[in-house]
Design a protein around this ligand. Structure first.
Ligand code: ADP
Length: 274
C-alpha cells in the first residue's frame, strides 16, 4: 500500500538460482520522513524571524527611517523580539539534541521534587508579566526524592507551568500538585483554567512543532517544542505523562515518575554526591 515500503534484494547463488529477499523498510522510511520534516520545520521557523530582522536592518539603513528616533526605537524593539524568538528556538533545539544523546543513560541523582517545584515557581513568578495569576502549590512533604536529572526535571516544570501561564485565562490561578499514588508512583500535576484543548489534538501535542493555534503560540513566545522536550525527558526518567482537558474549562497535565528510592540510595551510598 501507499504507506508501506518494501525493498527487494535479488542475489544469485552459486548454483545459478536467484534468491529474492523482501525487506520491510516501513519503519525506517517513517523515521527518515520525520527527520526530513523536522529539519524543514526548524529551518522555516528560523527563516521567518531572520527575514524580518534583515528587512528592518535594511529599512534602518535607508536615511529617512533611520533618522527618526521614534521609528528607530520601534524597529529595534521588533528586531530584539525576533532575535529573542530565534534564541528560544535554538535553545530548545539544543535541549532536544542533548536529551536525545543521553537517552540511554538513566538519571540517578536524588531530586527533591517539592523543593524543585518551589524553586521553579519563584523563577516563573519573578519573570512573569502582569497578566498571569498566582501559582498555587499543594505539595505532599512525605514524597520521597526521585532518581532524576535535576536540570531536566526543572525544564519539565518550566515548560508545563509556562504553558499553563501562556494558555490559561489571564489572571486565573495555576495549580501544581505533588503526591504519591497508591501504587507508589510519584505524580506531579499542573492544572490551568484556560480554553482547554479539543480531544482530536491531544494525541499530537508532543509532536515537534505541533500547535493547536500557531498564531497564539507564537504571540505567547512558544517554540512548538516544549511538550516534545517534556516527553523526551520523562521517557528518559522511565516515566509517563498524560494530558486531560475540557474545552472552555482548562487543562491538567500529570507527570508520573517511578520512585526509584532503592536505586538511588544504593548509588549515593557508594558515590559522594557533589
Ligand atoms: P508551544 O511552544 O507552542 O507552547 P508546546 O509543545 O509546549 O509548544 O505545546 C504544543 C501546543 O499544545 C501549544 O501550541 C498549544 O496549542 C497546546 N497546549 C500546550 N499546553 C497547553 C495548555 N496548558 N492549555 C492549552 N493548550 C496547550
Amino acid at each position: 500500500t501507499k504507506d508501506q515500503h518494501w525493498e527487494m534484494h535479488v542475489t544469485r547463488a552459486s548454483g545459478g538460482q536467484r534468491i529474492v529477499q523482501l525487506v520491510d523498510q516501513t519503519g525506517n522510511y517513517a523515521a527518515e520522513r520525520m527527520r526530513v520534516d523536522f529539519v524543514a520545520n526548524a529551518s522555516h521557523e528560523l527563516r521567518t524571524p531572520l527575514a524580518s530582522i534583515l528587512g528592518y536592518i535594511e529599512t534602518l539603513g535607508d536615511d529617512k527611517a533611520g533618522e527618526d528616533a521614534q521609528v528607530r526605537g520601534r524597529f529595534l524593539k521588533i528586531m530584539f523580539d525576533e532575535a529573542r524568538r530565534m534564541q528560544r528556538l535554538v535553545e530548545d533545539l539544543i535541549s532536544l539534541s542533548r536529551i536525545e544523546a543521553e537517552k540511554y543513560r538513566l538519571p540517578d541523582r536524588a531530586v527533591d521534587l517539592g523543593a524543585l517545584i518551589s524553586e521553579v515557581r519563584s523563577e516563573l513568578l519573578d519573570a512573569q508579566d502582569k497578566r498571569s495569576g498566582d501559582i498555587v502549590t499543594d505539595i505532599d512533604l512525605g514524597v520521597p526524592p526521585v532518581a532524576g536529572d535535576r536540570a531536566q526535571l526543572s525544564q519539565v516544570l518550566h515548560n508545563l507551568i509556562g504553558n499553563a501561564m501562556k494558555y490559561g485565562r489571564p489572571g486565573s490561578p495555576i495549580t501544581v500538585k505533588l503526591w504519591r499514588d497508591a501504587a507508589g508512583t510519584v505524580r506531579i500535576s499542573v492544572g490551568d483554567e484556560g480554553d482547554g484543548i479539543a480531544p482530536e489534538h491531544l494525541p499530537r501535542l508532543t509532536e515537534r512543532f505541533y500547535r493547536v493555534d500557531p498564531g497564539r503560540s507564537r504571540a505567547a513566545g512558544g517554540t512548538g517544542l516544549g511538550l516534545a522536550i517534556v516527553k523526551h525527558i520523562i521517557e528518559r526518567h522511565r516515566g509517563r505523562f498524560d494530558v486531560t482537558s475540557t474545552l472552555g474549562k482548562g487543562t491538567t497535565v500529570t507527570v508520573m515518575l517511578p520512585a526509584h528510592v532503592q536505586t538511588y540510595q544504593a548509588k549515593t551510598a557508594s558515590t559522594s554526591d557533589p
